[in-house]
Design a protein around this ligand. Structure first.
Ligand SMILES: [Zn+2]
Length: 387
């Protein structure tokens, strides 16, 4: 059994340990080192392992099995030798802020809604907790406010190993039958929970707790939170985004939404106008086509690419022309996007010909195909004339 220095004091990050065992792991291309004691918290209970160095080497992973903690390193250490370890405290403290914050919010959801935490994940990237009940974001905001009041009260966070007798009389979350001593983390009056991880000494160290997201998950909800430094970072990045959007819209932050709605309305109006004008332009070009009695196919080249207007015109053309009705938008240099329709012909056959003769891309159904092609007007015309 490895002596866990992080249970004595979470702030001890420099320590020395004696190598009890060092085993090669070919798959991981490294060595698992067991020490008599360690300050490294292993991957456990949904939380990623601590990072840092052992004997100056980077610790790549830390695992626990049967109360024995193993550290993965690249180079072996001799059994019986004494080595120095160093845990990355900035990362440890960040994890403690997140984990203690999670206990507060899970505790409050348990007390006020009777929910049980059924999943927890804490990594460098995110903190999520899964609850077995459904709660709205509005109600969660009330819980968030309560959690922050608890943080500002700077309540102590106790971690103890109660005797079997005391434990039997205690009310706590995360009650599962486990071998050996059960570690209880308690925030008086707020939450009592069985937990193996390092925690802050008092709630004030969490600083701030922010709910970032709540989504449906397996009949309950998955809540994403950020605490302390992470919440601050998230706040900063959101201010940067607001600033950037405000600058682009030329309005102060509080008018971003109104300005955005105006942009959306203006865009819809412009899009409608563009469709109408392109439609009129296409109608003018249609007048220059030979009559259906002279030529069964209709072929037009246009500079503007307006999918809706082009599609509508193709549909109109198929009412009078029995052959293939195609509109190619673009130019010979950068290529054309095309829509071809027909009431009587199978357009998929046309798609096959365009693919074969002009290496065109695209496809669709018998009444209509669309795609793109880089070819000369002459070559496209020749294909239409030959059909
Ligand atoms: Zn915990």
């Amino acid at each position: 059994m490895t002596k866990k220095v992080f249970y004595e004091d979470t702030k001890i990050v420099d320590f020395t340990g004696t190598v009890v065992e060092c085993t090669a792991d070919d798959k991981k291309k490294g060595y698992w080192v067991v020490l008599d004691q360690t300050a490294f918290f292993p991957e456990e209970g949904g939380q990623s392992a601590d990072k840092g160095t052992l004997g100056g080497q980077e610790v790549l992973d830390v695992q626990i099995k049967n109360d024995i903690i193993s550290h993965l390193v690249k180079v072996p250490f001799e059994g019986g030798s004494t080595i120095e370890g160093h845990v990355d405290y900035e990362r440890r403290f960040d994890f403690m802020q997140q984990h203690s914050g999670e206990h507060i919010i899970s505790g409050l959801l348990h007390t006020h809604y009777g929910f049980t935490n059924v999943g927890f994940h804490l990594s460098e990237r995110e903190v999520t907790l899964d609850m077995d009940g459904v709660i709205s974001l509005e109600n969660l905001r009330e819980i968030e406010a309560m959690a922050n009041r608890i943080i500002w009260q700077n309540l102590p966070v106790y971690a103890t190993f109660p005797s079997k007798e005391n434990l039997a009389t205690m009310q706590y979350r995360s009650k599962i039958e486990i071998e050996g001593d059960v570690r209880i983390v308690e925030i008086p009056g707020v939450d009592t929970c069985a937990c193996c991880a390092p925690h802050v000494a008092s709630t004030g160290e969490i600083g701030l707790l922010k709910v970032l997201k709540v989504q449906s998950h397996r009949g309950g909800v998955r809540i994403t939170i950020a605490c302390g430094g992470r919440a601050l970072k998230d706040y900063s990045s959101k201010i940067d985004i607001c600033d950037e959007v405000g600058t682009k819209l030329s309005v102060p932050e509080e008018r971003i939404l109104t300005a955005l709605e105006k942009v959306q309305n203006d865009f819809a109006t412009l899009k409608y106008t563009a469709n109408e004008l392109t439609g009129q332009l296409l109608a003018e070009q249609v007048k220059s086509l030979p009559a259906p009695s002279e030529c069964a196919n209709a072929l037009l080249f246009v500079a503007l690419n307006n999918n809706l207007a082009i599609r509508n015109t193709v549909n109109t053309l198929t009412e009078s022309y029995p052959g293939y009705c195609g509109i190619f938008a673009g130019n010979e240099e950068t290529g054309y996007t095309y829509i071809i329709g027909s009431k009587e012909k199978d357009c998929r056959e046309m798609a096959a010909i365009l693919r074969e003769k002009l290496s065109a891309k695209g496809g669709g159904t018998a009444p209509m195909i669309q795609g793109n092609v880089t070819a000369t007007k002459e070559n496209i015309k020749n294909i239409f004339n030959a059909l």
